[in-house]
Design a protein around this ligand. Structure first.
Ligand code: ADP
Length: 612
């Protein structure tokens, strides 16, 4: 052997001894041929002591746990070795732990003709690993017990998102069995419509490491869709590397269903607003900012993208003649903290005038200070035009009728006078009837003219100091002469008011005539007056057909008549109360009604007293 050349046996021996794994070589008759240093250290024995085989505290374990494997190994069979428990002898240098756990590996050494000549048995001390495994098992068990009772669904995944664990609650929410959820199985329970979103959010989450937090649906195998709020966080090891993810799912189906019904009602409202072309606006008084829905832009004929929505710009759209009116109405609303409901004109950028109606509610803070006005606006140009056409027609017709009727009145009066005392009573009677009908026609035309005067703001009042009691007596007496009803006057007194005598007489006649007309079967009517500190209230009571509650505010509208198939129709045009209301309001008074269907009505009007 050349110097510097290493003897291969020596080389083998050195490596064998230095191998840090306990190694023992067996001969086919079960004898130990050699052991290395790691073996001696592990077993705390010298090679010379091997033969005694008393190394394990349980001799039987050697016989039944080791030797059968060695024997089997020589037959060439694959040997899988179980973990063996080794109790270190008292003399052991291994401190603190009497019991060690060994994992063994055995492999054969073969000669050139593939015969097994030796077996190598290597042992590794896995006591610590086993302890850790047990500790992990215990903590896993604890985790399982804890999570299985948790009121939320819990899941654990590895770093790739493969499910490692789900708790009972998770299974209950998803309707999926634990075993089916493992790996990628859990994704089968995702609602088909939400799958894409969940994957997208999960990928984003695993890439950015930020919290996963979203609402999505599971579809149980029975086809029930369950809304959950899902959250997940990454789990890091000591090296700050993500080892997996842990997440929770909370069933929010109930919450979502109320949300959905809220959404549905919002959608319905949106549809209704759209269908009625109603625009909704919101004016924040604190920041003085406006918000409009699309319909408001449309109504004002401005482009949402081009129009800078400020209060100033909105005011620019109001018709110059209506600016002051709108401002006053808003000021009044803010001062009185009431709703407002106004009609005014706007001018579009093309110069067209549009009529709008706006109804708004005021929102107050805890100190009752107005903070917002929220309103709805509708374009009423078409209605307004129609109304205008109606008014124009009424006005034109009334004026055209006025002259021929005046002539008719004069001529029939002359004819009537001629016939009085004539020998033809039949003609006299006819003339009288024509006279009555002509007067009735003249009254109607007068009413029409009044309506037209009201509309055009031309109704003039000739106010003077009058005795209201006297006027009331006169009107009752005049009407009593024309009816079989009994008109009773109560509390008749002399009360001085400053008013248009003719117009107040007109109201009294209208109210009493209505009382007569609408109480065909109850013949009693009570007219009364009552004085308070600063005004006088006149009332006209009948016991007739009465007026339904929902119609009571409408009867003062122009040309309004109650049409009910159950009620027999009465002659009239629905102008009397409208005219009465306008006249009373121009006297700064008020007119109202109290009535019950089938039991009769009482109409009231109030007038301010003369200041003495
Ligand atoms: P009309 O000429 O139709 O009587 P009015 O303006 O005087 O017009 O009245 C409007 C409507 O109010 C009437 O059509 C009727 O339906 C109802 N109305 C007025 N007065 C009474 C009353 N005393 N009792 C019941 N209904 C009344």
């Amino acid at each position: 052997m050349k110097s510097g050349q290493v003897d291969s046996i020596k080389l083998f021996k050195t490596i064998f001894d230095q191998t840090p794994i306990s190694t023992q070589i067996f001969t086919p008759d079960g004898e130990t041929l050699m052991v290395n240093k790691a073996w001696e250290e592990l077993w705390n024995l010298k090679f010379s002591q091997v033969k005694s085989y008393n190394i394990l505290h349980d001799q039987q374990l050697v016989e039944t746990g080791v030797m059968p494997h060695v024997k089997k190994g020589f037959t060439g069979e694959m040997v899988s070795l179980p973990l063996i428990e080794y109790a270190a002898k008292k003399t052991t240098k291994i401190k603190g732990a009497a019991t060690r756990w060994l994992s063994a590996k055995m492999y054969p050494i073969k000669n050139d003709s593939s015969q097994i000549t030796h077996l190598v048995l290597q042992h590794e001390d896995v006591t610590n690993i086993k302890k850790w495994n047990e500790a992990i098992k215990v903590s896993e068990e604890k985790f399982r017990t804890l999570t299985s009772h948790a009121p939320v669904g819990i899941f654990l995944t590895d770093s790739k998102g493969n499910c490692l664990f789900v708790n009972d609650r998770w299974c209950k929410i998803t309707g999926m069995k634990k075993a089916d959820a493992l790996g990628t199985g859990w994704s089968k329970t995702l609602h088909s419509e939400d799958k894409k979103n969940v994957y997208h959010a999960w990928n984003k989450f695993t890439k950015t490491g930020r919290e996963f937090n979203m609402k999505y649906r599971f579809m149980t195998p029975k086809g029930k869709s369950t809304w959950v709020s899902g959250n997940a966080v990454a789990i890091y090891n000591q090296e700050k590397i993500i080892t997996g993810y842990m997440g929770t799912v909370v069933d929010i189906t109930d919450q979502m269903s109320t949300l959905t019904s809220l959404e549905i009602s919002e959608e319905r409202l949106r549809l209704a607003l759209d269908a009625g072309k109603i625009g909704v606006w919101d004016w924040d008084l604190r920041s003085n900012t406006l918000a409009w829905t699309d319909n408001v832009y449309e109504i004002h004929d401005v482009k949402k993208k081009k129009f800078e929505l400020t209060l100033e710009n909105f005011v620019k759209l109001i018709h110059p003649d209506d600016k002051k009116f709108v401002k006053n109405q808003i000021d009044r609303t803010l001062k009185e903290k009431t709703e407002f409901n106004i009609e005014f004109r706007i001018v579009t950028h093309k110069g067209a005038t549009r009529w709008v109606t706006t109804r708004a509610s005021i929102l107050l803070d805890e100190n009752k200070k107005p903070i917002r006005l929220i309103g709805a606006t509708t374009d009423i140009t078409k209605q307004k035009l129609l109304e205008q056409e109606k008014s124009d027609f009424i006005s034109m017709a009334a004026h055209e009728l006025k002259t021929p009727i005046t002539s008719m009145k004069i001529f029939i009066e002359l004819i009537h006078r001629d016939l009085v005392g004539s020998s033809n009573p039949k003609s006299l009677n006819f003339a009288l009837r024509i006279k009555e009908q002509t007067n009735r026609l003249a009254e109607l035309v007068n009413d029409l003219l009044d309506v037209s005067r009201i509309e055009t703001g031309k109704l003039q009042l000739r106010k003077e100091d009058i005795d209201l009691g006297e006027l009331l007596k006169e009107s009752v007496e005049n009407l009593q002469a024309t009816t079989s009803h009994t008109i009773e006057i109560k509390n008749l007194q002399t009360i001085q008011v400053n008013a248009d005598k003719y117009r107040i007489y007109q109201i009294l006649v209208n109210l009493i005539a209505n009382a007569v007309k609408y109480s065909p079967n109850k013949k009693k009517i009570i007219v009364s007056m009552k004085k308070t500190d600063d005004n006088v209230v006149v009332s006209v009571k009948d016991y007739g057909i009465g007026i339904d509650k929902d119609k009571q505010s409408k009867i003062f509208n122009r040309l309004y008549q109650i049409s009910d198939t159950n009620i027999k129709s009465y002659p009239g045009l629905g102008m009397g109360l409208y005219i009465s209301k306008e006249i009373i309001e121009r006297h700064n008074g008020r007119i109202w009604v109290k009535s019950e269907h089938g039991k009769g009505s009482t109409f009231y009007f109030s007038l301010g007293l003369n200041k003495t």
